[in-house]
Design a protein around this ligand. Structure first.
Ligand code: GLC
Length: 549
């Protein structure tokens, strides 16, 4: 069985549910989700047979990047609650047999963090400035940025300070928004601060950390210029080749250090890398035995709806992760990508970060996208290893494509002058009860992003009552995943199927995914789960079935 708080290697098989706190459940009616709201909904997560929750940031923050701009790593933003609420959330989660993973954002702080404010005040050459990447500008009067790096969110990765008397000053590096200055991880002082931040939360009982931008902390010495390939105008999260700010070898010593700190708290605390690194054989460095336990498999997430592409991603992932003794960490959606129920209904989907909006053409085919999303999910949940789910995917939520520009909050939208929509469309507060204000998200009916009118039919309570619903498919599949110990199994590929079909066996379960246009004859066996209603003899296009023999 894949459950079990006692197993120290629980993460190898765990299903981890990502909670995006601002959009999960709002207890006080201000339209922003909060920690007490999460506590109230834990029983419903437990019913879903997930093993752990991962909370996106809830720390003190001016919220210029939805909390990924942290102003105090050791406190809760009043908008989300208090440290006492956090402690209660951990205690309640344990009571429900759910582990708790929190987000750690070490690449950058907020520009409102005390460290950055002190660095600005202390001036050029100060020790405080050495904690960040301040540099003089180029050119006679220093008015050119220190190098040509571009921000992931668009525009230059450098911003120039202005002294109180109006004189232009030094520049500082920010791979993301200008409100997110990058820390200098060659600084021993910075390293020591983060050791203590890890211990602070480990003492409060967290089971681990999802590490934000885990491929970005180390920069190439000298900060040399980098010109991305022409297709890649901004510094996309997975740039190819040797990029001076991504996947630099020096990053690994940091994680070896953290590995030892986690061990101080026992054998079962984990680190999960958000590292957009290709190829998978390189991503495997992040999960070597003395580094992190998990790394998101974005190659699988980004595979298009094509059997050879998906199969190749699975084969390469298993080989890469196994080569270092790690389990694979499958994922199809999160708060940064177009929800897979919409993404798979687009050929091709827009690149990561671009988003979908009212002016996007063609729009996703939502019916087709949902069928493929259900099929892809059922394939994912049959694979050995761990799986991450993003809140709302169990309801089959699509990307919200019709958000008005005035509602948008993602810095990507602003830094690109509205040319890219960004990620707000996957962050809309989720529907719980069809007939309640804000579909049960908030007692006042407020919602920080507007929820579409059609979402009543996707509300959790409606889906509870419908045996064919996406919610019921997730719940059944997650239960069966445990029952058949699919997470702990091994894959055997089955021959004799057309190229656009994926066929494999994992223990007692045969899994067939039809990514082609024609129905496929099924082998004999009992249908234990299917992504849509099927007959015993054939599998229609865009569907997955689990058969027990
Ligand atoms: C990660 C987060 C994303 C955030 C960025 C900067 O990619 O998942 O939401 O904007 O890092 O912290």
């Amino acid at each position: 069985m894949s459950n079990g708080r006692l197993a120290s290697d629980w993460w190898r098989s765990a299903v981890i549910y990502q909670i995006y706190p601002r959009s999960f459940a709002d207890s006080n009616g201000d339209g922003l989700g909060d920690l007490p709201g999460i506590i109230g909904r834990l029983p419903q997560l437990r019913e879903l047979f997930v093993d752990a929750i991962w909370l996106s940031p809830f720390y003190t923050s001016p919220q210029h990047d939805a909390g990924y701009d942290v102003a105090d790593y050791c406190d809760v933003d009043p908008a989300f609650g208090t440290l006492a609420d956090f402690d209660a959330l951990v205690a309640e989660s344990k009571r429900h047999d759910l582990r708790v993973i929190i987000d750690l954002v070490p690449n950058h702080t907020s520009n409102e963090h005390e460290w950055f404010k002190a660095a600005v005040a202390a001036g050029p050459g100060s020790v405080e400035r050495s904690y960040y990447l301040f540099r003089d500008g180029l050119g006679a009067d220093g008015n050119l940025p220190p190098n040509n790096w571009q921000s992931v969110f668009g525009g230059p990765a450098w911003t120039r300070l202005t002294a109180p008397d109006g004189t232009p000053e030094q520049w500082y590096l920010h791979l993301f928004d200008s409100s997110q200055p990058d820390l200098d991880w060659t600084s021993e002082w910075v390293r020591e601060q983060f050791r203590e931040i890890l211990r602070f939360w480990l003492r409060r009982g967290v089971d681990g950390f999802r590490v934000d931008v885990a491929h970005g902390l180390a920069k190439k010495p000298g900060l040399p210029d980098y010109t991305p390939p022409p297709s890649d105008e901004t510094a996309s999260m997975t740039s190819p080749g040797d990029v001076p700010f991504w996947a630099q070898p020096a990053v690994h010593e940091i994680y070896r250090d953290w590995h030892r700190i986690l061990e101080e708290f026992g054998p079962d605390r984990i680190l999960c890398a958000e590292a957009w690194v290709e190829p998978l054989s390189k991503l495997a460095y992040w999960v070597r035995p003395d580094e992190m336990q998990q790394a998101f498999n974005f190659t699988f997430l980004e595979a298009s709806w094509s059997a050879p592409a998906i199969k190749q991603a699975i084969v390469d992932s298993l080989a890469a992760f196994e080569s270092v003794g790690a389990a694979t960490t499958w994922v199809l959606s999160n708060h940064d990508v177009i929800r897979h129920a919409s993404r798979l209904g687009m050929t091709p989907p827009p690149p990561q970060g671009e988003g979908i909006g009212p002016r996007t053409e063609p729009k996703p085919d939502e019916a087709l996208g949902l069928r493929r999303a259900r099929a892809d999910t059922l394939l994912m949940l049959a694979l050995p290893g761990s799986a991450y789910l993003y809140q709302g995917e169990e309801l089959g939520l699509p990307e919200v494509t019709e958000l008005p520009d005035s509602a948008r909050q993602d810095p990507t939208f602003f830094r690109n002058h509205g040319k890219l929509y960004g990620r707000d469309g996957c962050r809309v507060p989720i529907p719980w009860e069809a007939d309640a204000p804000a579909y049960g998200f908030s007692p006042s009916g407020e919602s920080w992003l507007p929820q579409p009118k059609e979402w009543a039919r996707l509300a959790r309570d409606r889906q509870e009552a419908d045996a064919q619903s996406t919610l019921r498919m997730y719940r059944d599949a997650l239960g069966l995943r445990r029952e058949f110990d699919l997470a702990g199994g091994t894959i055997e590929w089955l021959d004799g199927y057309p190229d656009d079909v994926i066929a494999l066996r994992n223990g007692a379960v045969t899994v067939i995914t039809n990514a082609g246009d024609a129905a496929v004859a099924l082998p004999t066996g009992t249908i234990v789960q299917a992504s849509e209603p099927i007959t015993a003899s054939e599998l229609p296009p865009n569907a997955t079935v689990w058969l027990a023999s």
